[in-house]
Design a protein around this ligand. Structure first.
Ligand code: R5P
Length: 297
C-alpha cells in the first residue's frame, strides 16, 4: 500500500544522477537494447573483443578439410569460442542447444565453388533467424565483383530485417582471387559495408591495416584465411588486434591446426589478453602436450 511506504529521501538517492554508461563497442552506442544485448553475446564486454570460430565453409565448399565431422571435431572447440559462425544446417544438426555463446548465422549463399561465387542471394528468412535465437546474420559482400550490387542489396535487406528485430548484421568482404587485396581496397569495402548499415564487418588483414580500422566506424574482425604455420597465424591475429581489430573470425587456422583445441586457446590469449605472438605460441606448445581440452577459465 502506498501509504505504508516509509522510504526516506535518502533511499531515493535524490542527489545521485541516473547512471548512463556508454556502450563498450565502437559505433554502437545509438543502437537499441536488444541489438546491444546480442552484440554483447558476440563481443566480450570485458575486453571489447571476440574470438569467433568460423566453420560455415561448407555452404559453398562442402566437407572441406577439417570440417568432415563437425560433430566430432568442431563441437569440442565450441566452449573456447565467444561466438560460432555457421550455417543453419550445421547449427540444427550438430550444435547442442545448451550452447550459450553468440550465434552468427550464415545468411547468404547460392553458388558452389563450381560456379560464380558472387552470385549469392539471401539464404535465410528473418523468422528463421529469430527462431534460432541468433545474435547476428552474416552476408557476403563482393565489392568490385561480378555481382557487386546484388550482394550489397542482400546486405541492406538483411540490415533492414535485422534492425526491425534487434539482430545484428555482419558484412563479410569477399575478395575475388583476381583482385588486389591491399589497404586501399579493404578500406573501400569495409567502409561501404559500414555506411550501408552493417553492425560490424569481417575482412582480411593487410599492410596498413590501422588505416582500415581508423576509417571504418563499426568494429572489424579479421578472417584467418588459408592455413598458415601456427606461429604465423598467431602473429596475424596479434598484428590485426594491435592495429585496431575487435577480434578474429577464424576458421582454417584453428580447425586445420595440428591441435585445434590448443590453437583456439592460444588465439584467445592474443585477442583477449594481448599476448605477444611468441608468448601465445609457447602457450600453444604447452597445451599441445595436454591430452584433453581444458574448460574455459
Ligand atoms: C568464408 O567465406 C567463410 O565465411 C569463413 O567463415 C571465413 O572465410 C573465415 O574463415 P577462415 O579463417 O578459414 O578464412
Amino acid at each position: 500500500m502506498a501509504d505504508a511506504d516509509t522510504a526516506s529521501a535518502k533511499s531515493y538517492k535524490v542527489d545521485v544522477p541516473a547512471q548512463s554508461e556508454p556502450f563498450f563497442l565502437k559505433g554502437s552506442n545509438n543502437l537499441d537494447w536488444g541489438m546491444k544485448n546480442r552484440l554483447s553475446n558476440i563481443f566480450s564486454p570485458e575486453s571489447g573483443r571476440t574470438v569467433m570460430l568460423a566453420f560455415d565453409h561448407g555452404y559453398f565448399l562442402g566437407p572441406t578439410s577439417g570440417l568432415e565431422r563437425v560433430d566430432l571435431d568442431i563441437v569440442p572447440l565450441t566452449p573456447f569460442a565467444d561466438t560460432l559462425m555457421l550455417t543453419r544446417g550445421i547449427l540444427r544438426t550438430c550444435i547442442p542447444p545448451t550452447y550459450t555463446g553468440g550465434i552468427v548465422l550464415r545468411a547468404s549463399g547460392g553458388p558452389s565453388i563450381l560456379k560464380e561465387l558472387s552470385d549469392e542471394q539471401i539464404a535465410v528468412s528473418i523468422d528463421e533467424a529469430i527462431r534460432l535465437n541468433v545474435a547476428a546474420m552474416a552476408v557476403q559482400v563482393f565489392i568490385g565483383g561480378q555481382n557487386e550490387t546484388q550482394s550489397i542489396h542482400n546486405m541492406t535487406r538483411l540490415v533492414d530485417m535485422g534492425n526491425r528485430h534487434g539482430i545484428a548484421t555482419l558484412g563479410v568482404t569477399a575478395v575475388g582471387t583476381d583482385m588486389v587485396r591491399d589497404a586501399k581496397y579493404i578500406r573501400l569495402a569495409t567502409r561501404i559495408c559500414a555506411e550501408l548499415g552493417a553492425s560490424y564487418v569481417k575482412t582480411y588483414y593487410v599492410d596498413g591495416f590501422d588505416t582500415v580500422t581508423a576509417s571504418c566506424p563499426v568494429p572489424i574482425v579479421i578472417a584467418g584465411g588459408k592455413k598458415l604455420p601456427e606461429v604465423d597465424a598467431l602473429q596475424l591475429a596479434h598484428d590485426a588486434i594491435q592495429e585496431g581489430a575487435s577480434g578474429v573470425d577464424m576458421g582454417r587456422n584453428i580447425f586445420q591446426a595440428d591441435n585445434p583445441a590448443a590453437m583456439i586457446q592460444a588465439v584467445r590469449k592474443v585477442v583477449h589478453e594481448n599476448f605477444k605472438p611468441q608468448e601465445a605460441y609457447q602457450y600453444y606448445q604447452t597445451l599441445k602436450t595436454e591430452p584433453t581440452p581444458s574448460p574455459l577459465a
